[in-house]
Design a protein around this ligand. Structure first.
Ligand SMILES: [Zn+2]
Length: 152
């Protein structure tokens, strides 16, 4: 697409710091990172940014390339894990966001902070833990999901 910033990067019309590139994909350092080495994996061809609307073959290949790039970041930044997010609310061109998880203790689990809950999308994704929910409310939500899919 002519006006798409990620298409321009893929076409090398805009400068980018390229972490990885092959025939169909390019991974670049995010220009607005919230942690060192935050990286975007883009398809070179323009697809809309909602990941679950991708053709299956593109989706599968994007995940595999994202894994490859995550391993590059792991080794390059000496981090134990890299988190992956598909949000797609910034630029409407499919991209994976990879977040190197600096200074984590990967032997310690269950120490999550939280207390957040969003009635409306606030403009970002969080992995903070939300509020506890009882079985009655889980049943209500599940019923809604299944009903709207004609599954029950
Ligand atoms: Zn594009």
């Amino acid at each position: 697409m002519k006006e798409c910033v990620f298409c321009k990067i893929a076409d090398k019309k805009l400068q980018a710091s390229i972490v990885y590139e092959d025939k169909d994909f390019i991974a670049i350092l995010d220009g607005n990172p919230n942690t060192e080495g935050q990286t975007l994996v883009l398809t070179k061809k323009h697809y809309s940014s909602y990941v679950f609307n991708l053709p299956e073959e593109v989706y599968t290949r994007l995940l595999l390339v994202s894994k490859k790039v995550a391993k590059i970041l792991e080794k390059g930044l000496k981090v134990k894990r890299v988190a992956m997010v598909f949000e797609g609310q910034g630029v409407d061109h499919i991209h994976t966001k990879l977040y190197p998880m600096h200074k984590i203790n990967d032997k310690k689990f269950g120490e999550l902070s939280g207390g957040v809950y969003f009635e409306k999308y606030p403009g970002y994704i969080t992995t903070l833990v939300g509020h506890p929910i009882d079985q009655k409310n889980k049943d209500k939500i599940l019923k809604k999901i299944l009903k709207n899919n004609d599954l029950k």
